[in-house]
Design a protein around this ligand. Structure first.
Ligand code: ZN
Length: 674
């Protein structure tokens, strides 16, 4: 189990059910920059102002610590990243020539991409960027700037040029092609001058020496593997006094400040983390993780360290990352209310009473608000966290799983106004309802799906589960989705104070049907059918309801100005159809009725109408929506009176370039070559 990183490259290509909620605070737009295939969004931190001052102060110190490891990640991604970034930054800040030419714009775009990816390789595809300016141009520009501005970077000029312009050098950050030497062909800096066989042998010997230990440490997690002068394999550990020491020193400095104001178990946890940064001892890291996962009382929480190993072709070495967050009590209240009423929902569901659970327990999902992103979580960020990664700790002590609400909210806001609704939603009242209630409908549907849907229902005696085989996951997602859709339109939600009216369901239903019948096709390549089980499930539900409701015109295809639209005419009847299908899908699962399940999926969920598909792809492409997104951070400022912190002010800068230059100036501690 690894953290569920969703960079939203796919999920956000098409906004799920949501359009958006209220407009942004103030005048600042949600999208602060766009270049290449990237949009940069700002996020807000609702609830920060209302936190007790001690928690705000803690967030401030942890946020400073979160910014101090940025250079580490650059160097981990590729040894030449820091010199490239710094050379381009000197140029950017000092070039007095024409900044309106195409080549200058190309250089600026390249730098923006380097900042976004924390290096010269694309953050998602891992391929090296191709500059759209020439070597000659870069040389000309550099010659207009006094040499001393570049300082020690002058000695690295050739390496920088090779890194930017030679396509054969550092072609990919992460090569995973079986048969290749994955270390020699990957440009990341986790191994230096070491072959794959040497590295595997080195760590196999360590694992053998530790065989049988029920608490195995994550060998190699926090070090570079290289060779000493005698040619022996050695680890350079990332710790105080070791590799990356100058940055780690600053991280520890701020963590100590945080420790001083932390209370309860968190105080001890921060001390354990500091101890680990000092010693580099992975047993200390485990001790810290155990304390962290057991701490369920602290309102403010954070991640800071070498955490995820996606960037290492051998899956051993972890990139540096940081997140600071606090509990989103309003959103947690929502899932608590739903969970507390789990039995009521089960008892009133439209499924055959024999297949309802007699005693049902809801799960309450934890929702957090992010206050700061750093390292490998910045600017591109996950929307959920599931940690720690060590299997034995997960088994013994469990894990923390959270979703990040203010980040998904910002994504939704940024998607609003991208022209999607105007292009695909025919009726103004639908657009208006989606705009007002789309986010709430989406959140509630997710809550009902996750907290209740999957856990509802029971199997008939003798049925083991697994009978539905390859159709099982699509039908299971359909079951959970239908449970959510059915109850999204229930009076009970109004009674519980979770929604103001049936309008929330109308917003959710209209978007769900539109997506299932039509717009999700934008994520399918031409000529392909629907394969992914969540997409199949949505298509199944939407197509089935269309056909079943045809006599009453519940859902209708409309042609206008040569464009195809889909509209829901009768929301109450549609809800009835959701209930009917839920009853049938539950029966199929409970009885293990493979044949009917297969028939349902094959008939409704798989086949794509090529004409409609082509139309959706064309209309979607015309919107020009960037597939990848990332964020600028808010800024925090201590307010002191008589040497005492009395408040922390938050502000929302809306300039990507300024934030990057600020971080490079004020949070850059490592030498060019590490
Ligand atoms: Zn699910």
């Amino acid at each position: 189990m690894k953290r569920t990183i969703k960079f939203l490259s796919m999920t956000l290509l098409i906004p799920a059910m949501t359009a958006c909620g209220d407009g942004p605070k103030g005048d600042a737009p949600w999208i602060v920059d766009r270049f290449d295939d990237i949009k940069v969004i700002r996020y807000e931190v609702p609830g920060f102002e209302a936190l007790p001052v001690e928690q705000k102060e803690l967030i401030y110190y942890l946020s400073e610590a979160a910014k101090c490891g940025r250079d580490i990640l650059y160097d981990q991604n590729c040894a030449v990243n820091l010199p490239v970034r710094r050379t381009l930054e000197v140029i950017y800040e000092n070039y007095a020539g024409d900044r309106t030419t195409a080549e200058w714009k190309a250089l600026e775009k390249y730098l923006k991409k380097v900042w976004f990816a924390n290096g010269i390789h694309h953050h998602y595809s891992n391929d090296k960027f191709t500059p759209e300016f020439s070597q000659g141009y870069l040389l000309d520009v550099i010659e207009t700037i006094p040499l001393e501005k570049f300082g020690s970077l002058n000695d690295l000029r050739e390496e920088v040029f090779v890194a930017i312009f030679d396509p054969a050098k550092y072609p990919t950050k992460l090569n995973q092609t079986a048969g290749d030497d994955l270390l020699l062909t990957s440009s990341s800096n986790y191994y230096r001058g070491v072959t794959q066989a040497e590295a595997e042998g080195f760590y196999a010997a360590m694992a053998a020496a530790d065989a049988g230990n029920p608490e195995p440490v994550s060998y190699g997690l926090n070090s570079q593997l290289t060779k000493d002068d005698a040619g022996r394999l050695v680890e350079r550990t990332w710790r105080l006094g070791g590799m990356y020491s100058a940055a780690i020193e600053r991280i520890v400095y701020w963590l100590e400040k945080a420790e001083a104001v932390a209370v309860g178990p968190q105080k001890e946890n921060i001390a354990a983390l500091i101890s680990y940064y000092r010693s580099g001892d992975l047993k200390e890291f485990d001790r810290y993780n155990i304390g962290w996962v057991r701490d369920t009382v602290s309102n403010v929480d954070f991640v800071n360290g070498f955490i995820e190993d996606y960037g290492d072709p051998l899956g051993r070495k972890a990139s540096w990352e940081a997140i600071v967050d606090f509990v989103d009590s309003a959103a947690c209240h929502r899932t608590e209310v739903i969970s507390e009423n789990a039995q009521w929902f089960e008892d009133h569901s439209p499924v055959d009473p024999r297949y309802r659970k007699e005693e049902v327990k809801g799960v309450s999902a934890k929702v957090i608000t992010v206050a700061m992103l750093g390292g490998d979580c910045y600017p591109a960020t996950p929307i959920g966290i599931n940690l720690p990664n060590a299997d034995w700790i997960r088994k013994e002590y469990g894990s923390k799983s959270v979703t990040i609400d203010n980040i998904t909210y910002a994504y939704d806001q940024a998607a609003h106004g991208n022209g999607f609704d105007e292009e695909f939603v025919l009726r103004a009242d639908d657009r208006e309802r989606m705009s007002r209630y789309g986010k709430l409908a989406d959140d509630l549907h997710t809550d009902l799906h996750e907290c209740l849907g999957h856990g509802s229902g029971q199997l008939a005696p003798g049925v083991k589960g697994g009978e539905l085989r390859s159709y099982g996951s699509t039908l299971e997602e359909a079951r959970a989705d239908l449970f959510g859709l059915y109850y999204l339109g229930d009076e009970k939600l109004v009674e519980l104070g979770l929604v103001p009216s049936f309008d929330v369901a109308k917003a959710g239903y209209a978007k769900y049907i539109l997506n299932g019948l039509m717009t999700q096709l934008a994520r399918i390549e031409p000529g392909k059918n629907v394969e992914e089980s969540h997409m199949r499930n949505r298509k199944l539900i939407a197509e089935w309801c269309y056909e079943r409701g045809r006599a009453d015109n519940v859902i209708e295809w409309v042609k206008e100005d040569g464009k195809t639209y889909v509209v829901v005419n009768d929301f109450e009847k549609l809800r009835g159809l959701f209930g009917e299908l839920l009853r049938e899908v539950q029966r199929i699962k409970s009885e293990g009725d493979y044949e009917t399940g297969r028939e349902l999926v094959e008939r409704y969920a798989v086949k794509v109408d090529p004409t409609l598909h082509e139309e959706v792809l064309t209309r979607y492409a015309a919107l020009g929506i960037e597939p990848y997104g990332g964020f600028v951070n808010p800024e925090y400022e201590l307010v002191e009176r008589d040497g005492k912190v009395v408040d922390v002010k938050i502000s929302y800068p809306a300039n990507y370039v300024e934030q990057m230059l600020d971080y490079s100036k004020n949070y850059s501690y490592l030498p060019n070559v590490n």
